[in-house]
Structure formats: C-alpha cells, structure tokens
Design a protein around this ligand. Structure first.
Ligand SMILES: Cc1cc2nc3c(=O)[nH]c(=O)nc-3n(C[C@H](O)[C@H](O)[C@H](O)COP(=O)(O)OP(=O)(O)OC[C@H]3O[C@@H](n4cnc5c(N)ncnc54)[C@H](O)[C@@H]3O)c2cc1C
Length: 374
C-alpha cells in the first residue's frame, strides 16, 4: 500500500485547490512544497467566473467575494481618446484580489480540512513510477526521504522540474514580451480598468482592494530598466499623461511574458497540472483561473477512477489542452494589441479596437476577457 493516495508537488494556488477538492472527497492527500513560507511575489489579481466557481467548490467563494474588489468594467484608451468601453455582466463578474491573499485562504482551508496535509520546506527531488505506485524523493530538513503515492500530481509551476524529469516537451506558443509592474496609491474609488494602447507600447492599470492600483508597462528596449519608482512613473506619464501616486521606495518588478504548453498531460501515474502544464501570458491574466478549472477536472477524474484503481487521464489531457489553446490564442491577441506601433498600423489597430468595442461586438469582447467558452 502506498503511504498516500495522492502526493501533490507544489503548494501554489492550483496544487492547493486540488488538495482541498480531493480531501473533501475523503481522499488522503499530502502536498509537498519546497518553500518554508508562503510565496511573497505579487502575481495574479483577476478572478473570473470559472475561477469563482472553483473557489465555491471548496467553500471559499464567499470569503474571496468579501475581500475582493469587483471590477465595474474597462476602457481602452489611445492618445487621450477612449476607443472602447466594456462592462461586465452580473453573471460574469471580475473580482480582483492579490494572489497572496487567495493563496492564504487556500492554505487556511486545507489546514482546516486536513491539518498536516501541507508539508512546507519539503522539496521534491525526483519521482519514480513503479507501476502500482510512485516513489517520491523528498528533501526534508533532516535529509532526503522517500514517500509513496498511488498518484503524483506535479503542480510545481512553469519551470516544473518534474515535467523535465519526465522528458515531456515544453512547446512554445505565440505571444511574448517584457513588462514592468508596480502598485500605486489610488483612493478615488474608481473601479474601472484602463488599457492604454499607446504608440510606444501598452500601459495597463487595474484597481486593487485597499485603495491601491496596479500599473503594468510594456518595456521597449529603449526604455530605462524601469526598476525605480521614478523611472517607472516617467514612462507611465510620458505614454498616458497620468502620473500615479507611488512612494519612492516602491520597487517595480519586471517579468517576461511567454506562452508554452506541455506536449502531454503526464506519464503513467504522474500528472501535470496548472502552470506546469501550460503557461498563459500574464497579460491575458488567466493562468491561475485556468489551473483551477483543470484542478476541478482532474479531481473529477481521480474520484471517478479511484475505485477501480485504473486511472485514465486522456480525457483530462484533451480538455485541458483545448482550454489552454483558446486562452493562449486570446492572450497572444491582447499582447499584439499592446505592441509599440506607429503610422498606418496604429490607425488600423485603433479601428480594430473600436470595432471590437462597438455595440454588436461588445458582449462577445467582454465574454472573451471573462473566459467565456474556455
Ligand atoms: C505578473 C503576473 C500576473 C498574473 N496575473 C494573473 C491574473 O490576473 N489571473 C490569473 O488567472 N493568472 C495570473 N497570473 C498567472 C498565475 O500567477 C499562475 O498561473 C499561477 O500562479 C499558477 O499556479 P500554480 O499553482 O500552477 O503554480 P505556482 O503558483 O508557480 O506554484 C508552484 C509551486 O510549486 C513549488 N515547487 C516548485 N518546485 C518544487 C519542488 N521541487 N518541490 C516542491 N515544491 C515545488 C513552488 O515553490 C510553488 O509554490 C499572473 C502571473 C504573473 C507572473
């Protein structure tokens, strides 16, 4: 008998959500996380309808709704003119909550459902599929030990060492760019997002809870490093005419947006999940939500097959690849809209944005942003 039914590698939002779903079904789960403390990085903020449904499934929906800011809609602006304005319908609200808070809620929920299921400072060094079970080497504070699981789910992020160990190819998809981001003070109560599609490149701004607003700037090679608040604010102001209020000590962070898909959903009893399976550009802002949708699908598969002991993840693989393809195509489109562009191409882009924001297409455009059809 293996030590556990399911060993999850990685306590990011996706691994944690899967753990909660499985424990709720009476399944014995452990989550091995290499970090000793929660991830302090600022990443996801947008929670869409499919993500809200997944959070409801682990009884966290109302806690998230209480803490999150609900976006009223968004405007696409270029050179001072509003090209398109969208609102989100009440059946597809967009919630905004920094990922650290969402992660903390998931950790707390798992702790309530199964105290001790989360093993922090437990870095997985290798997995070996032995047929009826998988052997997992785990680096604990007192040395490397082995635990066994009937299944192993690798939810270990974009760089997924487990995906590499299994030799699963990581295929690039269209859509890449470099961005800088920082959070400013905004006590105006304005709940609209703004996308400035400017000739020198995209600037995005999203309201956050607690009187703050996130700014994201597409970097051009000509830009300074944008690593200080002053340099960041100068670029925002030059492109948009707006100078956010940001304390000097704020250090903008730089990230590279890229998109990839794993060639397969896993091997044998080791399954990939979340960013380990597909990377969606943060400019689409859907990677975490997609990972949660996949976690729900994976939990359904595990619950369906566990009695017979023979797991069939092919349907899970097909559905998750299809969803990722759609999300990546949309993200690549959004990124292309934010490229630096001049002359006739700029005029053509403005016309396209106006068309997408026009009355007949507006609903469809809002649906794309809120993950309809994924
Ligand atoms: C700037 C930015 C903005 C974003 N905005 C959004 C957004 O608005 N909406 C959205 O839906 N998504 C967004 N995303 C994407 C989102 O952050 C990711 O999709 C999400 O974090 C993926 O979750 P995950 O659990 O799959 O992986 P991760 O969050 O990367 O978690 C993986 C975990 O595995 C652990 N791990 C790795 N290796 C090992 C090992 N060997 N042993 C044990 N543990 C290990 C890591 O420490 C980590 O805790 C954004 C991303 C960025 C960078």
């Amino acid at each position: 008998m293996p030590d556990h039914e399911v060993v999850i590698v990685g306590a990011g939002p996706v691994g944690l959500l899967l753990a909660c779903l499985l424990v709720q079904e009476g399944i014995d789960v452990v989550v091995c996380e290499r970090r000793a403390e929660a991830d302090p990085r600022t990443r996801a903020i947008g929670i869409h309808r499919p993500g809200q449904d997944a959070l409801d499934a682990v009884e966290l929906g109302s806690s998230v709704r209480q803490r999150a800011l609900r976006l009223d809609g968004g405007d696409v602006i270029s050179r001072g003119r509003t090209l398109a304005s969208l609102s989100f319908t009440s059946d597809r609200p967009v919630l905004v909550l920094p990922q650290q808070q969402t992660d903390a809620l998931l950790r707390e929920r798992l702790g309530m459902l199964s105290p001790g299921a989360l093993l922090s400072a437990h870095a997985v060094r290798g997995v070996r599929d032995e047929g009826p079970f998988v052997r997992v080497s785990v680096d604990m504070s007192d040395g490397v030990r082995e635990i066994t699981g009937a299944l192993v789910v690798a939810a270990d992020g974009v760089r997924s060492p487990r995906r590499e160990e299994l030799g699963i190819a990581w295929r690039p998809r269209a859509g890449a760019g470099t961005y800088a981001m920082a959070d400013a003070v905004d006590v105006s109560g304005d709940r609209r997002a703004r996308l400035y599609c400017e000739p020198d490149g995209l600037v995005e701004s999203f309201p956050l809870p607690a009187g703050r607003r996130r700014w994201v700037v597409r970097r051009r090679s000509a830009d300074a490093e944008l690593l200080t608040a002053a340099a960041f604010l100068d670029v925002v102001e030059t492109r948009t005419g707006v100078r956010p209020e940001m304390p000097d000590e704020v250090a903008p962070s730089v990230f590279d947006a890229a998109q990839h898909t794993a060639r397969s959903h896993g091997r044998g009893r080791v399954v990939l999940l979340g960013d380990a399976q597909h990377e969606i550009s943060p400019i689409g802002g859907q990677g975490m939500n997609l990972g949660w949708m996949d976690a729900v699908r994976l939990a359904e598969t595990i619950v369906r097959d566990r009695a017979g002991g023979r797991y069939d993840f092919r349907g899970y693989g097909r559905r998750t690849r299809r969803s990722a393809r759609v999300a990546q195509r949309r993200s690549a489109f959004y990124m292309s809209m934010g490229r630096p562009v001049h002359g006739a191409s700029l005029v053509a882009r403005d016309i396209l944005i106006r068309t997408l924001g026009s009355a007949p297409l507006r609903r469809g455009s809002a649906g794309m942003i809120t993950m309809r059809g994924i």
